[in-house]
Each structure stands twice: as structure tokens, then as C-alpha cells.
Ligand binder design. Structure first.
Ligand code: GLA
Length: 400
């Protein structure tokens, strides 16, 4: 973290010269979802955790109504008036902070112009919520510079709104929530119908959380994501004809779903509904298993989740399936599944500490042989949610 902050300071001094006292620095992590996939927009329970890696943003207010965005990972500086914000494909990552400012203005926040520099250590477009991380870091910065008293949950909603209405991805609230509300060493059991949540200690004893990146360039992920969401809405409409009080698909019991399934007719939609109903139950069982210290059961539920996402929800694809299936075969790996939206991105795995080298070796080799791609492996830890880090950053700057 210190290195990232040092690099950030150096670049920010050139990008936005001025007194160091006026600079504020914020951090927002990425997230990994342990289980509960594609059900946050169906009122289901999800079980994500914040990572230690994420995005830092350096910010300085300006006296005009301009916003300037620079990034370590992207050569172009984007300069816009905050009163005329529109989505531009060519602005790349800057569409996320633009979206947050756009949403904040529509929500009547007294947003001021500012210079923003982003620096991060999350692989982008890998299903670890680099976009939600940029959004939440920006939301904290924008609120702070504007002197606004938004609650953390309001900022989470603002970030989700930016993604839905400005960027055009109809995502649920899981990512922004995990990134905004995460707690170190805990996974968040979140009920997306009510936003009630409970931090559950993520105690895995000798097992480590390993994230494996397919390094597959994600293509058409957004449109297929939106397509799944509309399929679920169509299924819900059919269910409501028989059960008008049902508000979300995930609230159905298996028995109720059995009654409604035939009404749905379309075989692909039947599979979507089955995934949603069963995945929600797997999350409840997984959280109970974790609390009881039954990691083997937790891992088995991860595997079932992947199979359901592969066969019923159909969002995995060859690369993710190859990684998960190779992982299941390695002794010492007790659970593996895709995490995030799918169509590429990462798997999340529980691997015994003594088996890490063999895991990386065998999974890496099988993946390369099958796909010609090289997977990346990260042993991760669960970090805390988004926060201001101006003091730590300032201390580093002064100690130079
Ligand atoms: C993406 C979305 C989330 C969630 C997951 C799938 O990460 O942003 O809202 O729907 O996909 O579980």
C-alpha cells in the first residue's frame, strides 16, 4: 500500500500542482463473492467479502466546475464539465467516476469540480469489481469535497445508480455494498431484498482463499448480463400470475418453485429460475457451514454453485469451467467456483496451505493445455471496506 501511495503522490503533484494540505485520498477495495451468484437482482442472499487490493483516488477541489481524471493505468487524461456529463466509450474507466458525479448531481449533492488521480492494484475486468471500487472511491471523494453528509449506504446506492443509469450495466447492489461496507476478516451475509446484513468471521484454519484469473478478455459480458436479468424478470412475471404476493424470485421455496416451473414453459427460463431458487438456499447453508467451522461442506456448496451457474444459468464458459474442474481434482482443494458475473474473470478456491504449490502447478498446466492462456494466481485476504486514507498518505508524503 505504501508504494502505491508514494507513486500516487508523485504523479498527483505533477497532475494537480498545489498545496499538499488540500489533497484528500480515499481507498476502496475490490471484492470476491464467496457464493450467491446472479441473485442480488433477484432479492437473494449473497456472501461477498472485500479484498485488500483496490483503488486509491487522490482528489483536490477546483474552483471551476470542471473535473479532470487521470490514471496510472491509462495514458489519457479526461477533462469534462460536471454539468455536461455523458457516457463516452473512449473515456474508458473515467466513465465510472463521471457516472458517480452525474448521479450525485441528480441526487442534489452540492458537487464541486475536482482533479482526480486513480491508482490501483486490482486486475481490471476480471470479475473482482474494479469498477465498483472506482465508483465507491469516487463517491467518498465527491461527498467529502462537497461537504455532504451522505451515509455510507447512500453512497453505495449512488455508486450502483451510476453503474445502472450512466454506464448502462443493470447490476444488483452486491458489489458496491461489499466494497463500501466490507469488514476485515469477515464475509458479509447480505439479504439483497432488505439490505440487512451480517458480517460472518471468515475463519478458514489451514485453508487459504485463492483467486485464479482466467486472463480471458471479457467480451459481450455486459449485454449477456443484462439479458440474464431480463430473463429473470420474465420468469418472475409468470410466477406472480400464480403467486401474486411474491416480490422476488429468490424468496420462493423449492416446493413453490416446483409448482411454478411448469407455468414458465420456456426451458431456458426454467433453468434460470431453478438456479436462482437453489443458489439462494446454498448461500444460507454455506453461511451456516462457515459459522459451524464445516469448511468441507462450505467447499461442496461452492462446487454445486459452479455447476448450477454452468448448467442452469449458463454464465461460465470454457475457461472458467476448465479452471474450476481442474481445481476440483487437486487434493487439498476443497471448493472452487466462478466468482462475479462470469463469462470470463476469476474463480475463487479454498486450498490447503500445504497444497498451494501443487494447486498452482496442476491447475495452471491443465488450463494452459486446454486454452492456450496463462492463468494468474493470487492468495488473498479479506480486507476492510472503503475509507479515507488522507492521514496515512500525508504521513508518507511528509516522511520523504
Ligand atoms: C456482477 C454484478 C453484481 C452481481 C454479480 C453476479 O458482479 O455487478 O451485481 O449480479 O455480477 O452475482
Amino acid at each position: 500500500m505504501d508504494d502505491m501511495l508514494r507513486q500516487g503522490w508523485r504523479q498527483f503533484e505533477t497532475f494537480s500542482p498545489g498545496p499538499a494540505e488540500d489533497v484528500r485520498v480515499f481507498f476502496a477495495p475490490g471484492r470476491v463473492n464467496l457464493i450467491g451468484e446472479h441473485i442480488d437482482y433477484n432479492g437473494g442472499r449473497v456472501f461477498p467479502a472485500a479484498l485488500r487490493e483496490g483503488t486509491w483516488v487522490f482528489a483536490r477541489a477546483r474552483s471551476d466546475r470542471m473535473a479532470r481524471f487521470a490514471s496510472f493505468n491509462y495514458p489519457k487524461t479526461v477533462t469534462v464539465s460536471i454539468d455536461g456529463l455523458t457516457y463516452h466509450e473512449g473515456d474508458d474507466y473515467a466513465n465510472y467516476p463521471k457516472g458517480v458525479i452525474w448521479a450525485a448531481l441528480r441526487d442534489h449533492m452540492a458537487v464541486v469540480g475536482a482533479d482526480f488521480l486513480f491508482i490501483g492494484n486490482l486486475p481490471s475486468r476480471a470479475g473482482l469489481s474494479s469498477s465498483a471500487s472506482i465508483e465507491m472511491a469516487t463517491a467518498l471523494a465527491v461527498a467529502a469535497l462537497s461537504g455532504s453528509a451522505y451515509s455510507r449506504l447512500q453512497l453505495v446506492r449512488l455508486a450502483q445508480w451510476a453503474e445502472n443509469a450512466f454506464v448502462g450495466v443493470n447490476c444488483g447492489i452486491m458489489d458496491q455494498f461489499a466494497v463500501g461496507m466490507g469488514e476485515a476478516g469477515h464475509a458479509l451475509l447480505l439479504d439483497t431484498a432488505t439490505l440487512d446484513y451480517e458480517p460472518v468471521p471468515f475463519e478458514t484454519g489451514d485453508y487459504r482463499l485463492v483467486i485464479v484469473n482466467t486472463n480471458k478478455p471479457r467480451s459481450l459480458g455486459e449485454s449477456r448480463y443484462n439479458e440474464r436479468r431480463s430473463e429473470c424478470e420474465a420468469v418472475l412475471a409468470v410466477v406472480q400470475r400464480r403467486m401474486p404476493t411474491v416480490r422476488h424470485l429468490a424468496e420462493l421455496s423449492t416446493v413453490d418453485w416446483g409448482r411454478c416451473e411448469r407455468d414458465v414453459g420456456n426451458p431456458a427460463w426454467q433453468k434460470r429460475g431453478k438456479h436462482v431458487v437453489t443458489e439462494n438456499q446454498r448461500v444460507i447453508a454455506a453461511a451456516a457451514a462457515l459459522r459451524a467451522g464445516s469448511l468441507i461442506s462450505f467447499g461442496e456448496l461452492m462446487k454445486q454453485s459452479h455447476v448450477s451457474l454452468r448448467d442452469d444459468y449458463e454464465v461460465t464458459g470454457f475457461e472458467l469451467d476448465t479452471l474450476a474442474e481442474a481445481a476440483w481434482d487437486v487434493p487439498g482443494c476443497i471448493g472452487a467456483r466462478m466468482t462475479g458475473a462470469g463469462f470470463g474473470g476469476c474463480t475463487v478456491n479454498l486450498v490447503h496451505g500445504d497444497a498451494l504449490a501443487r494447486f498452482q502447478d496442476e491447475v495452471g498446466r491443465r488450463y494452459r493445455d486446454a486454452t492456450g492462456l496463462t492463468a494468474a494466481f493470487y492468495v488473498s485476504e479479506i480486507g476492510a471496506g472503503a475509507r479515507e486514507v488522507t492521514e496515512e498518505a500525508g504521513a508518507l508524503w511528509r516522511s520523504w
